[in-house]
Design a protein around this ligand. Sequence first.
Ligand SMILES: Cc1cc2nc3c(=O)[nH]c(=O)nc-3n(C[C@H](O)[C@H](O)[C@H](O)COP(=O)(O)OP(=O)(O)OC[C@H]3O[C@@H](n4cnc5c(N)ncnc54)[C@H](O)[C@@H]3O)c2cc1C
Length: 524
Amino acid sequence: MNDAVATRGAAEALIAIVGAEHCLTGDAMLPFATDVYRQLHRPVAVVRPGSVEAVQQIARHASETGTGLSVRGGGASYTDAYLPREEGQILIDMTRLDRIVVIDEENGYVTVEAGVTWAALKQALDARGLRTPFWGPFSGVAATVGGSLSQNTISHGSAAYGISAQSVQALDVVLADGRLLRTGSSAAGLAPFARFFGPDLTGLFTGDAGAFGIKVRATLPLIKARAAHRPISFAFPDFDSIHEAMRRSAQDRLEDTHFAIDAALSQGQIARQDRAGATFGMAISIVRSAPSLVAGLRQLVQAGLSARRVLNRSAYMLHYIVEGVDDAEVRSRLARIRAILRDIGREILATVPAVVRGMPFAPLYNTLGPNGERWVPLHGILPHSAVPRFHRALDDFYAERAGEMKRLGVWTGGMFGTVGSSGFLYEIAIYWPDEITPYHRAMVPADYLDKLPKFPANLAARSYVDRLKSDLIALYVAHGAINFQLGKAYPYAARLEQAPLDLVRAIKTCLDPDGRVSPGNLGL
Ligand SMILES: Cc1cc2nc3c(=O)[nH]c(=O)nc-3n(C[C@H](O)[C@H](O)[C@H](O)COP(=O)(O)OP(=O)(O)OC[C@H]3O[C@@H](n4cnc5c(N)ncnc54)[C@H](O)[C@@H]3O)c2cc1C
């Protein structure tokens, strides 16, 4: 059988499961089979199941025909995580599984299908004055609950309640042979009201990069949305002082969300707002996020006056969104944050977190740089004690490569966060001039894309960035960093000691004996 016939045969079987309009082949697959960073192999087809039963049938089909499966949620990742490692695989797009199954207020949980986006979940819960503790990454307009749970995503709510894996009770997972496995209290055939019933089977599937099975439903805890909130921001002259500020404040956990950026990223952000002509949208979001209309308008005027002035003088900025049951609680938390940071940081106008609070799930503008450059982030999580040495090693790393980076137009920025009290997230964003891909054409709003400068294909810069990425990953590893969004880009299996490696392999063999699901993820 030649390739074309094999492709047609596979497509026919898949069409019988999902219907012709939800089985894509040829160039129609490209936006799905490209991640933020690149394309690997073309799948044999992209299938878009609309029910749990359809996912089970696809898994059975793959098992019977010996076909590999890759799984895509919102496609907002950049670690080759849903890109087929080899030819001939099926790529499952989960975004039609987007039902909110039940909002059970009495028992305090919400069950969703795995393809629900965080933005859709927030909208449904907002209407009832409810939220989940972790409530999504900044990419939540596209990112799904299933994708985020598969890669230990952080951001909204993480400062107070931890990462995505800490906000899930139970999962329904389709295994490689099509069986449905349920975790938490559901493992005993009960409602998904509890996570911890014996060993933590729910936890087993968090951060697994989809290598253990296909999440089809997730149950998350519900809490009351807090009525009051305010943003607060600080500027720091150097990295050591912002790191110390973040280390200290992580132990108090006063905020719902925080993020920190260096000057390169801060300036990029303002440039982008200007270029997109998004000033009006930004203004609306500042006013919407302020505690009152008057406060919002005052912030807006000040924002216009001082944004550029502050950016020019601040090497690093730390932004908090603080919540409370009422404004008195919020003010008391702000007072404590000011007291903790008084001797090391300078309070600045809180425009940036006000914008983020007003528009927590912005369109995916950030998948390109402020001048239309290509973008890929890398990250590592380090213990605080290892951070200063890593930062200096990174400075040396850049200094050694400064000439070549300048010649090729490659530049970088830094974004930072804390993970619990003991972990520091050090994220590096790499930018380079290169042509956009089918991914950007599908995911970035067209009116924004139209206004950005365009670059021709730039193989020299692209392959340099490839090397830079590998070298940076090696630097993270050498400094003892661990990673959340493992996919195929960060080493996992290769770093484990023998006993945990044996266990992880045994689990994979038990759930997926022929290695059909997400081959290559986790290094398995
Ligand atoms: C602009 C932008 C902002 C971002 N902000 C953040 C942020 O604030 N915090 C953060 O942590 N990350 C962030 N990210 C990275 C990424 O968006 C998130 O990690 C997000 O959670 C990925 O979810 P997704 O649904 O897009 O997953 P995908 O990218 O589609 O997939 C990610 C992984 O999950 C697996 N997977 C997806 N769905 C399933 C399923 N149902 N069952 C089993 N496996 C599955 C895939 O195989 C893959 O391994 C950002 C990315 C962008 C582009």
